[in-house]
Each structure stands twice: as C-alpha cells, then as structure tokens.
Design a protein around this ligand. Structure first.
Ligand code: HPA
Length: 247
C-alpha cells in the first residue's frame, strides 16, 4: 500500500515514469473525487497519483471536490500528500518557471466546502492550522530540489484565491501587502482538509506567470502559462523522482 500520494495540478495530469498497477474508482460520503486514484510504482516506490482537475483538466478550481479528493486518498491508506500547484509569482524571486515550497497560507476563497466537521454539532472541532504545511515533507522537497540541481524558494506565503478568473493588479498589490509571495486557486481548502484528516501535506508550487501587475505588467495569457508550465513541470518531475529515490 502506498504511503505517499501526489496531487497533480495544472500542467501535471499524469506522472511520467509511473508504472501503473491499478486505477481505482472511489466513492466517498462527500461525492466523487476528481478522477480514479492511479496506483503505481515509481523509482521502486509505491505511490498514488490523483489529477486535481481531472485527467482531461476539465474541473476548474472552484468546482473541485476537495473533500472527496482528500477523503479518497485517506481511505486508500495514504499518510503523506505532496500537492503540486501552479501559481502566479508575486515575490521577485518567483519568475515564471521558478519553484517554491510555501510555509504559510492566506485563504481568500469563499463558498467552498472546507471542513469534514460540518454536521457534528456534539463535538465541535477546531484543528490547529498555525503551520499549514508539514515541515518534514517541506524539508524533503527542498533538499531533493537542491539534489536535482534546482534553485528553489524555501519559504513563502501562498495566497489562495477563488478563481476561475485571475486577479486584478490592485488585488495582487493588496495580497503583497498582506505578505503573500505567490497566488494560486487550489491551495485551500485542500491544505486544511488534509490537516483535518491528519495527513502530512506539503505543496510544491511552480510559478506559471508573474501575478497581475508584476513583471513587466503585461496581461497574462493562457498560452504563456502553458509554455512556462512545460518548463516548470519538468523541474517538478525531477524533484519527485529524486524524492522517491530517497523516501
Ligand atoms: N493567479 C491565480 N492562480 C494562478 C495564477 C495566477 O496568476 N497563475 C497560476 N495559477
């Protein structure tokens, strides 16, 4: 049974080098996950893969069933989750293609089912979320990025926005004042649901573009995002390969 799962985001709908052993369709009390869980072996290690946006990238960030996704992974016996996520770079150190392993989150999303403790009114539960990401997994990602010869930002604050639209330049300026160094649409409630299920969770973020108003201030095009992600995801793949060798 695999201890580790990888949730692939935009630009990573499958894992090269994964010898697939099984595809498992899961049903959860919270509905259907984004797709079947792909079980496989990579670099001699069992691993589970789930494409967050569905295998054909058809599910937008605000329509992802985050509760079903995390529940399915938990039910499959996974203990650790690495979430790969495309982001917009807010901090100067995050040009397109750069990697970052965030250590904090600010949640700007709304209206997303974001807890498993919704209906249990007899035991009110408040999970600790002071440090949203698992430090052990974060350090492993940082170490293996370096081992793969890559430059990586070893900390950062992920601002999670609702999407699916991109942000205005003023919104990004406000997020920068709040302390966000990157912006993405899927970091929440994924991280907190992992915490509620006591899963170790860390994020490997890839800058797909300068966030609105950053860089040379040009408008953001999907083709630019796709091009940058090709480079960025090649880097992520080498980090994951390295990590599976070491884990
Ligand atoms: N904003 C929000 N989410 C994103 C971006 C962005 O600029 N780029 C990739 N995901």
């Amino acid at each position: 049974m695999a201890d580790l799962a990888i949730i692939g985001g935009t630009g990573l709908t499958s894992l090269n080098g994964l010898e697939i052993t099984k595809r498992e369709v899961m049903h959860t009390p919270f509905g259907e996950p984004s797709g079947p869980l792909t079980h496989g072996v990579m670099n001699g290690k069992e691993v589970l893969f789930l494409a967050r946006h569905g295998s054909g990238h058809t599910i937008p960030p605000h329509r992802i069933n985050y509760r079903a996704n995390l529940w399915a992974l938990h039910n499959a016996g996974v203990k650790q989750v690495i979430a790969v996520a495309a982001v917009g770079g807010i901090h100067d150190a995050l040009p397109p293609g750069a990697l970052a392993i965030p250590d904090q989150i600010i949640d700007y999303t709304w209206g997303r089912p974001s807890t498993y403790f919704e209906d249990d009114l007899t035991h009110v539960t408040h999970v600790d979320f002071s440090y949203p990401y698992c430090e052990t997994l974060r350090l492993m990602l940082i170490e293996q990025s370096k081992a793969a010869g890559l430059c990586v930002c070893t900390e950062g604050t992920y601002g999670a926005t609702q999407g699916p639209r991109l942000e205005s330049a003023a919104e990004i300026a406000r997020m920068a004042r709040d302390g966000c160094t990157m912006v993405g649409m899927t970091g929440m409630p994924e991280a907190v649901l992992a915490r509620e299920l006591a899963l170790d969770y860390a994020c490997c973020a890839v800058s797909a573009n300068w966030a609105a108003g950053k860089g040379d201030g040009a408008i953001i095009s999907m083709s630019e995002i796709e091009e940058n992600l090709k480079v960025g995801m090649t880097r992520v793949r080498s980090v994951l390969e390295q990590l599976l060798l070491k884990i």
